[in-house]
Design a protein around this ligand. Structure first.
Ligand code: SF4
Length: 274
């Protein structure tokens, strides 16, 4: 089969033979410049001609970084938490950055013994740029204190670093919307980087989304809450204690019972830390 036969039926088939023949150009001979030649160069190199070249813009679509659904290219290979935080502020690893106010990176000491991982920032967190500063965060602070977890030994973060929300109508209250698996997976390199820098002795998993991000899609918080799990997470052996997300306590019919359950799970975490 000839070259044109092999390429026929493929996207951009009319351009492919031209790209394939590019290496057969006679040294010293310059092809006549025409819009067609320009299109061939685009097909071969993916480079879009500059507007001042005077040729009509070819039908080439460029992919935005967020279309790739991964934060990987934005994560610096060196530097501690400050470098990660700075870089995360410009992350375009998925479309969630478009509507949110800002990236909400983790907070706490590099030497923290325990890392608490939630789902995503809420409305208040999105406005203030800090994790767990809204009503759920205040409830979590109270539960941690009651369980005997030292706030100075805690690093708090989320599986997803941008707020995802819907609005019933323009200018109405923003309503939390759970991130998709694709968005959670896209954001995973940030969580992996935080774990690599902080190296916590224990991870407290707050709710189903954080659990699925760390332990896979079969995670069920009701089945494992309050237990100590040992799993390899992002290449490191980790101990984890899953529990409910504090916002689930705020939504519970029996809020007092739900709160007692959260404190009991956090006590397991405190006991594990010793
Ligand atoms: S949610 Fe995560 S991956 Fe998506 S843009 Fe924000 S920081 Fe990047």
């Amino acid at each position: 089969m000839g070259i044109s036969g092999r390429f026929s039926g493929m996207p951009g088939a009319a351009l492919a033979p031209a790209a394939a023949f590019g290496s057969l150009a006679v040294p010293g001979r310059t092809a006549a410049r025409s819009p067609d030649v320009r299109l061939r160069r685009v097909a071969a190199t993916g480079t879009r001609p500059k507007p001042h070249d005077g040729y009509p813009c070819p039908m080439v679509t460029s992919r935005a970084p967020e279309d790739a659904y991964t934060a990987e290219p934005f994560v610096p290979s060196r530097g501690g938490l400050p470098a990660l935080r700075r870089a995360a502020a410009d992350c375009r690893g998925c479309p969630l950055h478009r509507d949110a106010t800002q990236t909400v990176f983790g907070a706490g000491s590099t030497d923290a013994r325990v890392m608490l991982v939630g789902e995503q920032p809420g409305d208040q967190e999105d406005r203030q740029g800090k994790p767990f500063v809204g009503p759920a965060g205040k409830l979590l602070d109270r539960a941690l204190a009651e369980a005997g977890v030292d706030p100075g030994e805690v690093y708090v973060t989320n599986a997803v670093k941008h707020f995802k929300f819907t609005r019933a109508e323009p200018r109405k209250r923003r309503i939390h919307k759970a991130p998709s698996l694709r968005e959670t997976t896209a954001c995973a390199p940030w969580l992996a980087a935080e774990l690599a820098v902080v190296e916590p002795e224990l991870i407290v998993v707050l709710g189903a989304t954080a659990g699925k991000a760390l332990l896979g899609s079969s995670f069920r918080v009701t089945q494992v809450r309050g237990t100590v799990l040992e799993e390899e997470i992002h290449g490191r052996p980790e101990r984890l204690v899953p529990t409910v997300h504090p916002s689930a306590v705020l939504r519970a019919d029996d809020r007092e019972a739900a709160y007692r359950g959260l404190v009991a799970d956090l006590r397991t975490a405190a006991d594990t830390l010793g």
